[in-house]
Design a protein around this ligand. Structure first.
Ligand code: AMP
Ligand code: MG
Length: 405
């Protein structure tokens, strides 16, 4: 049995990132950059006004004064001349600051006179309300680095850098294999001793969310022929995840049959609860995670083990968006923990504003790994390291938020 940390480390180290492909910016959200993005332009491209007002030479308006209005500069239609002593130009937000001008006075602080002159009530401040050329970024600047998973803000930045195509990592095709004689698919006829298979659909949703393409291989039965056939289909994927059949029961044939198909096991059994019988290896070179069949084990192992595996495949440089561990306060006493890292389904209560302090973490009484309804109700997993001593109400506890998984 190896620790969760070591399991993740071994998974991530053994995985080679996928190849690259080009995508249009409109299709790039959620993809992982395979190359730094260098800006193809400077923003702003020239000094622009941040306000609607009047552009002038600040030295001309150190005390209340009137200046001659000589033209207008609008966004997209600049004033072509220069502002000379005693002159001003009407200017709008986003418009180029005309040559000679070095300050803007906002329109609320002026009075237009009938003789075409503008009266300024306030003294001008050099540079005020001017966005300087390149103050956001300059041509050639790198604002987005390889390995970054692109969010909506990154897409906006890449667009403003005039990068219509981006080189990204290919999305991993992830084969999902459910195993079990007792399983029926949702909507299919359900025999008297059958239950509905939920793991494959839940995993597919996770995989999609984490940037992969799920390929559902259906249900393999608990016999050698069925598993041999499934193994052959799975080999075409970039990654394989199976559920069920990895324990030590008489019907748990996954490991045995897959070894015959060329599976090299890196590790089997991880010191976590739920999820102990998890297996990782490579089936003829395709990395594979074998997860236990209990639906909660499968879901929690996906979060803890599958997600980092997919990020490694997609070449994510840092887990910018991993649900980082947070710190809360326990709502009830807990007994000492055993040898495995415990992931307890829990809910959180944010402290009310007046009191402040960490969120209250409330682990459910029952932690049976078959109870999907409690997993769906949970909004976090309280995480207790191996051999954690008994804890009291109010003690600090780490938790993983579950907002998106
Ligand atoms: P196993 O790991 O195959 O021993 O399965 C452990 C438990 O999980 C058993 O109660 C199975 O019926 C259940 N189980 C296995 N696969 C699935 C699945 N795809 N969906 C829902 N429950 C499952
Ligand atoms: Mg089974």
């Amino acid at each position: 049995m190896i620790s969760v940390e070591e399991a993740i480390d071994r998974i991530v180290k053994s995985i080679h990132p996928l190849s690259d492909e080009m995508v249009m910016l409109a299709q790039a959200a959620g993809r992982v950059l395979a190359q730094d993005v260098l800006s193809r332009c400077t923003q702003p491209p020239f000094d622009v006004s941040a306000m609607d007002g009047y552009a002038l030479r600040s030295e001309d308006a150190q005390t209340p004064t009137t200046l001659e209005l000589i033209g207008e500069s609008a966004a997209g239609t600049p004033f072509e001349g220069s502002v000379l002593a005693g002159q001003t130009v009407r200017i709008f937000t986003g418009a180029q600051v005309p040559e000679g001008a070095d300050a803007i006075i906002i329109q609320e602080d002026v009075e237009a006179q009938e003789n075409g002159r503008i009266k300024f009530h306030l003294a001008a401040v050099k540079g005020r309300h001017i966005r300087v050329q390149g103050s956001d970024f300059s041509e050639g600047d790198c604002a987005l680095r390889a390995g970054k998973r692109l969010n909506s803000r990154d897409i906006g930045l890449a667009a403003s850098m005039n990068a219509p195509w981006l080189k990204v990592k290919r999305r991993p095709q992830v084969a999902i294999l459910a195993t079990g004689d007792e399983l029926a698919l949702p909507g299919d006829p359900v025999g008297p001793h059958q239950i509905i298979s939920s793991n494959a659909l839940s995993l597919a949703a996770n995989i999609r969310q984490w940037g992969g393409v799920p390929v559902d291989l259906g249900i393999a039965r608990d016999n050698r022929d069925s598993l041999h056939e499934a193994a052959r289909a799975a080999r075409q994927a970039d990654f394989i995840v199976s559920t069920g059949g990895v324990s030590v029961g008489d019907h748990d044939l996954v490991q045995e049959v897959l070894r015959e198909e060329g599976l090299k096991v890196d590790f089997w059994r991880v010191a976590m609860r739920p999820g102990k019988p998890s297996l990782f290896g490579a089936l003829q070179g395709v990395p594979m995670l074998g997860l236990p069949g209990n639906p909660v084990s499968s879901a929690i192992c996906a979060l803890v083990l599958l997600r980092p595996a997919l990020e490694a495949l997609a070449g994510v440089s840092q887990s910018h968006d991993l649900p980082f561990m947070q710190r809360g306060a326990l709502a009830r006493d807990l007994p000492a923990n055993g040898k495995r890292q415990d992931y307890m389904r829990a809910t959180r209560q944010l402290p009310d504003d007046a009191a402040g302090g960490p969120p209250l973490v409330i682990p459910f009484e029952s932690q049976d790994s078959s109870l999907l309804s409690l997993l769906a109700q949970a909004d976090c997993l309280a995480v207790r390291p191996p051999l954690a001593p008994a804890a009291k109400q109010g003690d600090a506890i780490d938790f993983l938020p579950l907002f998106d998984s």
